[in-house]
Design a binder for this molecule. Structure first.
Ligand code: CU
Length: 91
């Protein structure tokens, strides 16, 4: 029992530091069900509605679930992939 709680705490801390390391500042839910990740350097990455990191073209217009328009900057597939991998590992 105690061991299980300790393990959960370690996993939670590990995933927190992974998020810090990825320099993620915010996420936006998009109209089509995708998620936009914005990193500290202003670059962005995309996760599609099925939870996969996907490629995007720089300058592509995206619409958030609440109707805001955001122009794609960068194509940070690897950084999004790292976040998704960490998130799954902590399950
Ligand atoms: Cu995008």
């Amino acid at each position: 029992m105690t061991k299980k709680i300790l393990f959960a705490a370690v996993v939670a801390m590990a995933s927190l530091s992974a998020f810090a390391g990825s320099d993620l500042v915010e996420t936006h839910g998009l109209k089509d069900g995708a998620t936009l990740y914005v990193f500290g350097d202003g670059k962005m990455g995309m996760e599609d509605q099925y939870g996969r990191a996907v490629r995007m073209s720089e300058g592509q217009l995206m619409v958030t679930a609440d109707g805001k328009k955001i122009v794609m900057k960068g194509d940070e597939v690897a950084r999004v992939n790292a976040i998704l991998f960490q998130a799954r590992g902590a399950d």
